[in-house]
Design a protein around this ligand. Structure first.
Ligand code: NAP
Length: 278
């Protein structure tokens, strides 16, 4: 994408990745998914997150094409699924993703999990080839622990741009945040609303009431304060707009300290192929 100003606080930072994006997991009905993407882009969002495994890349592509926004102004990310991580499958499945999305290149392509067919040598050689061919601007990983990132770095010369992980006030991921800051890695928070669980937390709802804001906005503003990019999934215009308005919510230092002190932990995504450390 171009680095031009989108006129919002979510304008690309130096890395080129807008800090608030639209998630699309389980936005499964194609017409609805395309409409959600179009609505978000026309509201000002410039970052869309999908994955091969979500089965909605074609719908996401339709939404991008339908929106009154230039493709080059959209930061588009997808992920290679764990069954397609062998060298040649990375290449062929990425071609399929480009085709479904209706684009020539991706702003960010992630390894979805360090699991199943993932093999640092073969998988990363394929990502390097896609990078050299200009099919991906940035290479990212998802659900990687620092040890996986260190091992990956031994196998590629292209920088690892981002790690996408579950991160929200009920799973603050201090170690991963520290590691990202120390090694110049962007962190992207998935399930930034804890798939709805933050709405039940008293600390968050109290802060939300004080600011006349929603609990979703408080969670997203807290992530922004931590320097973390967030990709909340929202389907209809009301949720998409509510999340967008988090950009104008400024939390006080006391609010942030209160959220940091929440001692409830709730990990929402934990499949059987997740890293052992979980
Ligand atoms: P989430 O964004 O934490 O929560 C989504 C849920 O919150 C949906 O039920 C949504 O409802 C609702 N919601 C959204 N905005 C709201 C608002 N303002 N007020 C009330 N409810 C609201 O969960 P997620 O979908 O798990 O995570 C976000 C994205 O991260 C995914 O869509 C996907 O792109 C990515 N992700 C990646 C991985 C990975 O392994 N890399 C794993 C999980 C997720 P509606 O849909 O009805 O609006």
């Amino acid at each position: 994408m171009s680095h031009q100003d989108t006129g919002t606080e979510s304008a690309p930072r130096a890395s080129g990745m807008p800090m608030l994006g639209l998630g699309t997991w389980q936005n499964d009905e194609p017409g609805q998914c395309a409409e959600s993407v179009q609505t978000a882009l026309e509201m000002g969002y410039r970052h869309v997150d999908t994955a091969q495994a979500y089965g909605n890349e074609a719908a996401v592509g339709e939404g991008i094409a339908a929106a009154d926004v230039d493709r080059e102004d959209v930061f588009l990310a997808t992920k290679v699924w764990i069954s397609r991580l062998a060298h040649d499958d990375v290449l062929s499945s990425t071609e399929e993703s480009l085709d479904k999305l209706g684009v020539d290149s991706l702003d960010l392509l992630y390894i979805h999990w360090p699991a199943r067919e993932y093999d640092p040598e073969g998988t990363l050689a394929a990502f390097e080839q896609l990078h050299d061919e200009g099919k991906i601007e940035h290479f990212g990983v998802s659900n990687f622990e620092p040890e996986h990132i260190e091992a990956a770095r031994d196998h590629t010369d292209i920088p690892i741009f981002a790690n996408q992980v579950e991160l929200h006030p009920l799973l603050p991921q201090e170690e991963l945040r520290e590691y990202a800051a120390e090694t110049g890695l962007e962190l992207v928070a998935y399930s930034p609303l804890a798939r709805g669980r933050v709405f039940d937390n008293d600390t968050i709802t109290t802060i939300a009431e004080k600011h006349d804001a929603s609990a979703a906005q408080v969670s997203l503003a807290w992530l922004r304060e931590k320097g973390v990019t967030a990709i909340p999934k929202a389907t209809g215009e009301a949720h998409i707009r509510d999340n967008w308005a988090s950009l104008s919510l400024d939390l006080s230092e006391d609010d942030i300290a209160a959220i940091d002190a929440i001692d409830e932990t709730d990990r929402q995504v934990h499949p059987d192929f997740a890293p052992d450390a979980w």
